[in-house]
Design a binder for this molecule. Structure first.
Ligand SMILES: [Fe+2]
Length: 220
């Protein structure tokens, strides 16, 4: 069948527009949507509300939308009756973790202690070099990283990640979260704002050199 005049017009017009186009990058990464089982629907909502200090903007019998900043939702959770739960101890292809940034070591330490009080503890605490990170695991086994950037300038982080030290150890150097939190919060101002000097921040954020490390922790 011959293409219709309308179709021809649409194609040529589209071609003309494409010739003016250029590839665009997104403005932002907006949200993550998780499927879960009926048993884990409410536990997952509660967990993300705690870990992200988020609140529910809409919840019904099947859907929940969680918000913690200017975006109307950052996490959505869908209850599905036909899902198999993630078997424990088995690795799958697919998403490994999602990461959320905090502005200061003090904010990260405060969140660590607040979650610890609710018995939500990290699986792994590591200074990757570019970030000081804490990895948590939600009730379904999905991993979430809470992090602080170690470099003020992204170009410095980029330089570190292109360098020899990152090449020999792209995993990072583990640290003791309690030790870090206690030190950082001992310096916090009465308002709760960061009280560390710039040189203390730099010293705490500088990754300790442990030589070659190429493997993730066992079971991570
Ligand atoms: Fe990460």
């Amino acid at each position: 069948m011959a293409p219709s005049a309308v179709h021809d017009g649409a194609v040529s017009s589209s071609d003309a527009l494409l010739s003016k186009g250029k590839r665009q990058t997104p403005q932002a990464l907006c949200h993550v949507v998780l499927n879960t089982t009926p048993e884990h629907f409410q536990p997952l909502i509660d967990w993300y509300c705690a870990v992200l200090n988020a609140h529910v903007t809409h919840q019904d019998n099947v859907l929940a939308f969680l918000r913690y900043d200017e975006e109307h939702h950052r996490i959505a959770i869908i209850k599905r009756g036909n899902l198999a739960p993630k078997p424990k101890g088995v690795m799958y292809a697919g998403l490994d973790h999602i990461a959320f940034a905090y502005p200061t070591l003090t904010a990260l330490a405060q969140q660590y202690l607040s979650l610890k009080a609710d018995r939500i503890l990290p699986l792994w605490t590591v200074n990757h070099g570019p970030t000081t990170s804490m990895y948590y695991q939600d009730p379904d086994g999905n991993k979430v990283e809470l992090q602080v950037d170690n470099f003020d300038d992204p170009e410095e982080a980029n330089e570190f990640m292109s360098g020899v030290k990152y090449d020999e150890n792209p995993m990072g150097t583990d640290y003791d979260a309690d030790e870090l939190a206690q030190y950082v919060l001992s310096k916090a101002l009465p308002s709760g704002e960061e009280g560390l000097s710039a040189s203390e921040v730099k010293a705490l954020k500088t990754r300790k050199d442990i030589g070659v490390r190429r493997n993730l922790p066992e079971g991570f």
